[in-house]
Ligand binder design. Structure first.
Ligand code: 5GP
Length: 346
């Protein structure tokens, strides 16, 4: 047994220090990014925020609504082949929609069939496992990269620099970072495993950027300020589940309770999800996700405006003309847990 003594931080443990700036308005800030992916060599331009590949948020409706603002969606894994083909054949196409998959042979074969018919309209793939530290995961990445040299692969999840480097060397363009921070994730309490998300982002971004790779910070953002901190810490993309849940574009019914309208949102490893897609929770495992009822929030458009406004505001406070400059201009100040509890972070 070993104990690491370095302090590891979460979003709530820091604030961004204001810096002198010549910017006069948020309107002067450009929060889109341009990337050329390391392996696929494809070009990207957009606002690097991605809806999570959860079955509530990773929907076609969400993809269309977010694309109107240059944001992306990782479609969930449970769409049928016919509906995926219809979506990828739409004109005009929805750019930067990620096709998501797990790592078994059935996942590979389904992708091969859909990709053969959809052709170049599928450019982005998200390979998603709860634990990105297994040999089987690395083996799958090798196989996928060998078969599809020019697709952009996002894959994870991991939380450490050395595994980020390994994945980038294995053919991943964007490493997905986060174990345990998700709003409906119970991994930390069920297994005791996890890593404070801000530190994971800082360490994985440093490792990725050294090899010209990119990272996507996945999970744990509960406010626009958390996205600003994630980008400030070095995230190239940020993935959101809970912040985009509860909207019209989600695949979830509105439930009326005592005159209040709510929407169900659950983790993809929760009992609810396993019952829906895997016929129940296997005997050898426990659910690592929970089921919550969120207030219904109408069209996602309103929430998007708040998120994008918050990130723009962070850029103006530190004098960053573009999102690209935000991490260079970010100094985090540590705030104590007690202060957070007493004053919140308004
Ligand atoms: P959020 O933005 O809601 O905080 O986090 C979304 C992320 O939580 C997802 O992208 C995914 O990585 C993670 N997640 C979703 N469902 C589950 C689950 O059931 N268990 C765990 N451990 N993580 C989950």
């Amino acid at each position: 047994m070993r104990i690491e003594q370095d302090v590891k931080l979460d979003f709530k443990d820091v604030l961004i220090r204001p810096k002198r700036s010549t910017l006069t308005s948020r309107a002067e800030v450009d929060i889109s990014r341009d990337f050329v992916f390391l392996h696929s060599r494809r070009k990207y331009r957009g606002i690097p925020i991605i809806a999570a590949n959860m079955d509530t948020t990773g929907t076609f409706e969400m993809a269309r609504a977010l694309a109107a603002h240059q944001l992306s969606v990782a479609l969930h894994k449970h769409h049928g082949e016919a509906e995926l083909l219809a979506f990828f054949a739409e004109q005009p196409p929805t750019p930067t929609a990620f096709y998501s998959m797990g790592i078994n042979q059935l996942d590979f074969d389904k992708f091969a069939r859909v990709k053969a018919l959809a052709g170049g309209s599928i450019e982005y793939v998200c390979v998603d496992v709860a634990n990105g530290y297994t040999k089987a995961f690395i083996h799958f990445i090798h196989k996928l990269r060998a078969a599809y040299p020019d697709i952009t692969i996002m894959a994870g999840n991991v939380v450490t620099g050395e595994m980020t480097e390994e994945l980038i060397l294995d053919g991943v363009d964007i490493v997905k970072v986060g174990i345990g921070p998700g709003s409906v994730c119970t991994t930390r309490s069920m297994s005791g495993v996890g890593y404070p998300q801000l530190s994971a982002i800082i360490e994985c971004a440093d490792a990725a950027h050294g090899l010209r790779g990119l990272i996507c910070a996945d999970g744990g953002c509960t406010s626009p300020g958390d996205l600003a901190k994630a980008f400030g810490a070095g995230a190239d993309f940020v993935m959101l589940g809970g912040m985009l849940a509860g909207h019209d574009e989600c695949d979830s019914e509105i439930i009326e309770q005592n005159g209040v309208r709510r929407m169900r949102f659950y983790g993809m490893s929760s009992r609810e999800a396993m019952e829906k897609y895997a016929g129940g929770v296997a005997e050898y495992r426990a659910a690592e996700g929970k089921d919550v009822l969120l207030d219904y929030r109408g069209p996602v458009e309103n929430t998007l405006q708040k998120i994008l406004g918050g990130v723009r505001s962070a850029c103006t406070y530190v004098g960053a003309r573009g999102l690209k400059e935000l991490s260079k201009r970010t100094t985090f100040i540590r705030v104590t847990q007690q202060l957070n509890e007493v004053f919140g972070q308004s």
